[in-house]
Design a protein around this ligand. Structure first.
Ligand SMILES: Cc1ncc(C[n+]2csc(CCOP(=O)(O)OP(=O)(O)O)c2C)c(N)n1
Length: 693
């Protein structure tokens, strides 16, 4: 039904429905005595129009692949989303609305993906959801280019979002917006809750730029809706946004925070309940019964629940369409289903090389590049890129195409990976936008159908950290390729030398951090990363060469799967000392062990590429690697020592770096900061001495 032919009755139903969203949210916030009532009061009309007239979704199956995605980037307004989910028929019972923000409920303070059916992304840290939506839109257009065939648009959906002032102020959103414009993501549509108020002030205290112009400069299509209660104008703007196919859309909707309440347009309406008396006044003001609480008029509910039949129809039509596709393109259809389920094709790892023993060895970032090249042809869902560091991170997938709008192919194509410039390209050029990259990677993973990876220098993992945390929280398969992992960076100096980043990332629950010790461990690390469907994995790789160990002499690199493994056992299986190392420092303990053996000191060598994988092992296994009886333990890692005592105990020691590095050639830095076999021997003897005393 178009807006101009809506009848008085339907206008009344619209109003009733909008107010149902408003007061369901307000009552839930009030009952919880915590939360944000302001956003739902102001943004309910636009959410209503989007959810009842545009959003193609099936509340009975929140995982239907071709659904439109909706991200509430302003996650503090979570009650708006929970109201919509309940009203349209998701498995979010009214009881859960009444349990908003309570222990054990599925309605947490900010939306959490995996917790509440229909929540597409965990949001709350402002700007992240904005970036997630960009990732989802990229995944959609990429998969469409890869799988759709004439007459069969099996991947064909929009990505919508609701964003706020805070989202637009955060840098991560600017990065993502800039890339979205560059990539011409025409099916990305954001509604901006333009209410001129934030948590502590009016926006004029902190931002007075013209957001429409800013987004136009990014290459977005922008529209303004002057009155956030004008459903017809919102409807019209959404239609126009959908007809715009080559630019992402931002619709600036002028709303009023806490609309209708005594706190309207003040920041007090933002983050705390209105108060019992104010709720009453707001209801009276908007003509809503003060009692009962949590009122859902039958007419409004029936109207919202039309989403169920509509959604089921839409999904059934899509399945019928897909059956036709599968008949015509059986192999593609099979690939598609496999990719959507996140399954790996048989033989995906068949060509992963085995690296021969080589004392000169290779940089683990180079080994990683070789492994990626071996995997990519068999794993079409591997999709990603770097933050302008392909030549350094070795993460470009050669001849796999560049993910770019086809019309840019006529311009300067230097830096191309080869294989064509279009949306089927698998090399995503994030530009120097690490934070945006992190949020986009999360969006790609959440969308499904791709296994996303992103690369940069390890020191700049700090720039992605907030998104890494969310990837871990959401249990998403995102692979980070972090190279230049220590003072081994050398001449670039302190700014580029990671010190505390390992400790930092190891502190993130559920994230797996792997710092492989040589080329074969790197290959195994990639296997682990690809085979881990439910958590992000960070690969931490060297700039400099490390030797490829002779695996006939040393234990197989497959030991990496268990996080730490006995690389070399002391003569007679009776070690008096355990030397532990990760990454490039494995070479050092290997050298030191030879020296110590000459002195009659029997050392066990443990390669420990991943604390997290090790911590997942049985106690028996962990004790077999670090027997409690052997207290003389020395760990060597060119990074902060924080946390190592968990493994070395109070009788052990660690050679690490609890200060910044310096600018000099890497071998000099290693020597000056004590990363030599001689120093390892020295400290090992001291540890042993202490334990004998
Ligand atoms: C990265 C980040 N910084 C700070 C916050 C805390 N915070 C939550 S909401 C908010 C203000 C949001 O204002 P706006 O985006 O305009 O939302 P509105 O008040 O309109 O609901 C702030 C600062 C946050 N959630 N995320």
């Amino acid at each position: 039904m178009t807006p101009d032919v809506r009848t008085a009755d339907s206008a009344e139903l619209d109003r009733l429905s909008v107010d149902t969203i408003r007061f369901l949210s307000v009552d839930a916030v009030q009952k919880a005595n915590s939360g944000h009532p302001g956003l739902p009061l102001g943004a309910a009309p636009m959410a209503y129009v989007l959810w009842t007239r545009f959003l193609r979704h099936n509340p009975a199956n929140p995982r239907w692949f071709n659904r439109d995605r909706f991200v509430l980037s302003a996650g503090h307004g979570s009650m708006l989303l929970y109201s919509l989910l309940h009203l349209t028929g998701y498995d979010v019972p009214l009881e859960q609305i009444k349990q908003f923000r309570q222990w054990g409920s599925i309605t947490p303070g900010h939306p959490e993906h995996g917790m509440t059916p229909g929540v597409e992304a965990t949001t709350g840290p402002l700007g992240q959801g904005f970036g997630n939506g960009v990732g989802m839109a990229i995944a959609e257009v990429h998969l469409a280019a890869h799988y759709n065939r004439p007459g069969f648009n099996i991947v064909d959906h929009y990505t919508y979002g609701l964003v706020s002032d805070g989202d637009l102020m955060e840098g991560v959103a600017s990065e993502a917006a800039s890339l979205a414009g560059q990539l011409q993501l025409g099916k990305l549509i954001y509604l901006f809750d333009d209410n001129h108020v934030t948590l502590s002030a009016g926006t004029n205290i902190a931002i007075n730029e013209d957001c429409a112009q800013r987004f136009q400069a990014y290459g977005w299509h922008t529209q303004t809706v002057e009155d956030g209660n004008d459903l017809a104008a919102i409807d019209k703007a959404l239609r126009a946004a959908r007809s715009e196919t080559t630019r992402p859309s931002l619709i600036l909707v002028r709303t009023h925070l806490g609309y209708g309440s005594p706190k309207q347009d003040t920041f007090e309406a933002h983050g705390s309940p209105l108060g019992v008396e104010e709720v009453k006044l707001t209801k009276q003001n908007l003509g809503w019964p003060v009692e009962p609480l949590f009122l859902i008029p039958q007419a409004a509910l029936a109207h919202f629940r039309e989403a169920l039949a509509r959604g089921q129809r839409a999904e059934a039509e899509w399945h019928a369409h897909f059956s036709g596709y599968a008949r015509k393109h059986p192999a593609l259809a099979q690939d598609f289903l496999q990719g959507m389920r996140g399954e790996l094709p048989p033989g995906w790892d068949a060509d992963i090389p085995v690296f021969p023993a080589d004392p000169k060895g290779m940089k683990t970032r180079v080994a990683s590049g070789k492994v990626m090249s071996a995997i990519a042809p068999h794993l079409p869902s591997l999709f990603g890129g770097s933050a302008d560091l392909d030549p350094s991170t070795h993460t470009a997938l050669k001849d796999a195409g560049d993910f770019e709008p086809a019309d840019r192919a006529s311009g300067d194509t230097q830096g191309s990976s080869g294989g064509g410039w279009n949306y089927a390209g698998r090399n995503l050029h994030f530009g120097i936008r690490e934070h945006g990259m992190g949020a986009i990677l999360n969006g790609l993973a959440l969308h499904g159908g791709v296994i996303p990876y992103g690369a940069t220098f390890f020191v700049f993992s700090d720039y992605i950290r907030p998104a890494i945390r969310l990837a871990a929280m959401m249990g998403q398969r995102v692979i980070y390729v972090f190279t230049h992992d220590s003072i081994g960076v050398g001449e670039d100096g302190t700014t580029h030398q990671p010190v505390e980043q390992l400790a930092n990332l190891r502190a993130v629950p559920r994230l797996v951090v792997i710092r492989p010790g040589d080329a074969n461990e790197t290959a195994c690390a990639w296997r682990v990363a690809i085979e881990t469907p439910d958590r992000p994995v960070a690969l931490v790789l060297t700039r400099q060469d490390v030797s490829s160990l002779d695996r006939a002499l040393y234990a197989p690199a497959e030991g990496l799967r268990r996080g730490a493994y006995v690389l070399y056992e002391a003569a007679g299986g009776k070690p008096e000392l355990i030397l532990i190392a990760t990454g490039s420092e494995v070479d050092l303990i290997v050298e030191a062990q030879k020296q110590l053996q000459k002195e009659g000191i029997q050392a066990r060598l443990v390669s420990m590429p991943s604390w997290e994988l090790f911590d997942m092992q049985s106690e028996d296994y962990r004790r077999s690697v670090f027997p409690p009886s052997i207290r003389a333990r020395l760990a060597v890692e060119a990074g902060a020592t924080q946390g190592w005592h968990r493994y070395i105990g109070e009788w052990g020691d660690v050679i690490g770096l609890d200060h910044f590095g310096a600018s000099a050639p890497a071998p000099i830095l290693m020597r000056e900061f004590g990363f030599t076999a001689e120093n390892v021997c020295l400290r090992a003897r001291a540890v042993l001495e202490r334990n004998r005393a």
